[in-house]
Unconditional design. Structure first.
Length: 146
């Protein structure tokens, strides 16, 4: 029996991708409105979720959001000192420029950033036209913690 190399190569690559997905560390983030006061209720609203898969030092992120009061303008990964405390943006992600849509991206983490992820210090934040300092946010926690 003769094996065709393109077919064999495709089968091997598919197996490697499946293996990588099975061994990746899984994370989830529930996206909710940022902390706000009464004056911000007219500009901030919505909800969403995102997942992250850490394989080696690459974090692959995908998610959805809905119900913003104005279109999203940015999605970023931030690092807080502890879970629940705001911090600076460290990575840009791709986000739909709409009031509902998708978030995606692949980022390469340093060893310290991997440690931050594992300790719940990394979070996703979506900014919108009328909430440029944050509309939705959610901390990445291991899927087993949900």
């Amino acid at each position: 029996m003769q094996i065709r190399w393109p077919v064999a190569t495709a089968v091997i690559l598919a197996g490697l991708v499946l293996l990588a997905e099975q061994t990746a560390e899984k994370y989830q983030a529930r996206l909710a409105t940022v902390a706000m006061d009464a004056s911000m209720r007219s500009t901030i609203a919505g909800a969403g979720s995102a997942s992250g898969a850490l394989s080696a030092n690459h974090l692959t992120i995908s998610g959805t959001f809905e119900g913003l009061r104005s279109p999203a303008i940015a999605a970023k990964i931030h690092r807080g000192r502890v879970t629940g405390v705001r911090g600076p943006a460290i990575f840009d992600l791709t986000v739909s420029a709409a009031t509902s849509g998708d978030i995606s991206g692949v980022v390469e983490l340093t060893a310290d950033q991997i440690d931050d992820l594992r300790k719940g210090r990394l979070y996703l934040q979506i900014d919108s036209e009328r909430a440029r300092e944050g509309n939705l946010w959610g901390w990445f926690l291991r899927s087993a913690d949900f």
